[in-house]
Design a binder for this molecule. Structure first.
Ligand code: GTP
Length: 597
């Protein structure tokens, strides 16, 4: 049975045609009718559709007949973004092969490389696929050379295809069957299955998408989840399909399927965990189980303070779908009650914030994103902090360590100068520069993660007119010369604006902050000092002059209704004010200042 199964993924840089090719393969195998193929099926969530990114892996079981023999092809979708690299690695661990899709008019990009590394770590058979050969700008030969040069992958069997028109797709399926190895698990051994994706279904509860390595999973079986240490009964089993999931009584070695255990909590079926038989347990779980760990943190506060409980409910609901977010309540003198939320990366943060606003109708303020710093105190204690306000007093700190990433950037060579000055400004250390060909360069940098969490990607895009691609992975901690920069209004620290920043940037940043604040803090009846400080040392200052006159004095004559309107308007405005000591600050003060980079 196993020799008729092929498990594979498609790996590609964003927009190189992964979803289009997936849909085309589904259609070629007759798994959906032409009518159903109206929209791209592999991306199901709204935000994914709008942004054209794939967040949650979707998989599909297909049947393909080659030379009269039917094969089961399991297309295992991987999240396209590096924020989800742990999930990418678990999806790829479930396959024996991968189609490496590269756009014939673009060439190898940063994400292509990041994903290939993960595929190679998992020993996958990689088939290079040059997509979009129908485009006039397609240059398959150049792209093949690039793949050979940068990735070292033999491209003599690379296939040119057009996912859009269907050219080459049948040949691709034939090659897949010939080249991708069949699974070789022990069909009679104890059950061993890897959970490579999980999500929450309103009717069925938490679902686990698994790849069975050894033995089988059967309906009614009592299974044991090795990481969580809990046992459950298998209520039903299904083959994955984006539109109609078919039930099955068993999932055999080598197969991929959805396991329904009737669980309410998605954290009981964590990605990377192993399912085995409760009475006949596997000796070892599938290698490489890790908790998905948040790397980027930000405070999220409802703009209307009475929406705190709504925000909690919304986060609880999102957590049911996305086990990787973490959150705990925090309070800010400036912003009131909110949550410190942990995300897997920058894109993940954006997506979650957007979902909270859109699906749960919340207006939110997010504080500046921060990373996890490791503070080594003079008394030897080590403290991990995710919020600048947790930083111990300067005299208690021996040193602070910060996380670094290894960033891969691929750019047309004309933008090299722009990139080098951008990255230098971000404390980046160049580790590699390789001309893939005379027009395109691959760069590798070690960059403090703190420098890229704000808007590095946007800056890179504007420095290269959108032509550079960028990807990163974590590369460990290094000591940094870091300080906490505070903003004070009339002497009071505005906690929501405190940031941890490198010492040599503190001065510039401090000046920018006070200047921006000066524009925003409304005049009061008294003079207001706006200061930036490190500890007690003030490094920049601006002053908002006192107002002197009553605002209503503007309304000459006795137009009472106009006067009342003005007062009402003021009252309305008050609701959106946050008080810092004696001073009322408008909401947008935070938004504007938080946007400064
Ligand atoms: P993400 O889901 O964002 O990672 O992108 P993707 O890699 O799935 O790319 P997608 O399939 O959404 O394709 C990106 C764009 O390229 C779409 O506008 C497709 O219509 C187009 N496209 C995909 N394949 C081809 C092709 O073979 N030829 C041409 N001309 N366009 C294609």
């Amino acid at each position: 049975m196993q020799n008729r199964i092929r498990n594979f993924s498609i790996i590609a840089h964003i927009d190189h045609g992964k979803s289009t090719l997936a849909d085309r393969l589904i259609q070629e195998c007759g798994a959906v009718s032409d009518r159903e193929l109206g929209t791209q099926m592999m991306d199901t969530m709204d935000i994914e559709k709008e942004r054209g990114i794939t967040i949650k892996a979707q998989s599909v079981r297909l049947t393909y007949v080659k030379d009269g023999v039917p094969y089961v092809l399991n297309l295992i979708d991987t999240p396209g973004h590096v924020d989800f690299s742990y999930e990418v690695s678990r999806s790829l661990a479930s396959c024996e092969g991968a189609l490496l899709v590269v756009d014939a008019s673009q060439g190898v990009e940063a994400q292509t490389i990041a994903n290939v590394y993960i595929a190679l770590e998992n020993d996958l058979e990689i088939i290079p696929v040059i997509n979009k050969i129908d485009l006039p700008a397609a240059d398959p030969e150049r792209v093949k050379e690039e793949i050979e040069h940068t990735i070292g992958l033999d491209c003599s069997r690379a296939l040119g295809v057009s996912a859009k028109s269907g050219i080459g797709v049948k040949e691709l399926l034939d090659m897949l069957v010939d080249v991708v190895p069949a699974p070789t698990g022990n069909a009679d051994g104890p059950t061993k299955a890897l959970i490579y994706d999980s999500w929450f279904d309103n009717y069925l509860g938490a679902l686990a998408l698994v790849r069975v390595y050894d033995g089988k999973i059967a309906k009614g079986q009592e299974v044991y989840i090795m990481g969580s240490g809990k046992k459950h009964e298998v209520l039903s089993l299904m083959y994955p399909h984006p539109l109609k999931q078919e039930k099955t009584a068993t999932l055999e070695a080598g197969e991929v399927g959805i396991v329904v255990l009737g669980l309410k909590n998605i954290s009981d079926v964590r990605v990377g965990d192993t399912i085995t038989d409760n009475r006949n347990k596997a000796k070892k779980p599938v290698d490489g189980f890790e908790e998905a760990k948040p790397f980027v943190f930000a405070g999220l506060y409802p703009i209307e303070t009475d929406k705190f409980e709504d925000l909690r409910d919304a986060l609880d609901k999102l957590k049911m779908n996305d086990g990787s977010i973490s959150y705990e309540p925090e309070t800010s003198a400036a912003l009131g009650f909110g949550f410190r939320v942990g995300f897997l990366g920058m894109l993940h943060m954006e997506v979650i914030k957007e979902r909270l606003e859109r699906e749960f109708d919340l207006d939110l303020i997010a504080t500046a994103p921060t990373v996890t710093y490791r503070v080594i105190k003079t008394n030897g204690e080590i403290k991990e902090i995710q919020n600048p306000s947790q930083l111990p007093a300067p005299n208690e700190i021996d040193r602070i360590e910060e996380p670094y990433v290894r960033a891969t950037i691929i750019t047309p060579s004309e933008f090299l100068g722009n990139i080098i000055s951008l990255v230098n400004g971000k404390r980046g250390i160049q580790e590699k520069m390789d001309y893939m060909n005379p027009q395109r360069v691959l760069l590798e940098y070690a960059i403090p993660m703190n420098e890229i969490v704000m808007d590095f990607y946007d800056k890179l895009k504007s420095a290269t007119k959108g032509y550079a691609s960028f990807d990163y992975d974590l590369s460990g901690y290094r000591v940094g010369d870091l300080v906490k920069l505070d903003v004070r209004v009339a002497g009071e620290v505005v906690d929501a604006l405190s940031i941890i920043v490198s010492n040599d940037k503190a001065m510039t940043k401090g000046r920018e902050f006070v200047k921006a604040m000066k524009e925003i803090v409304p005049r009061q009846l008294f003079e207001v000092a706006i200061q930036a400080s490190i500890g007690n040392k003030v490094i920049a200052r601006e002053t908002v002059k006192s107002m002197g006159k009553n605002v209503t004095a503007k309304c000459y004559g006795g137009d009472i209704s106009r006067k009342r309107k003005l007062l009402e308007k003021q009252k309305e405005g008050k609701k959106r004010m946050k008080s810092i000591g004696k001073v009322q600050l408008p909401q947008e003060a935070f938004l504007t200042v938080l946007k400064i980079d």
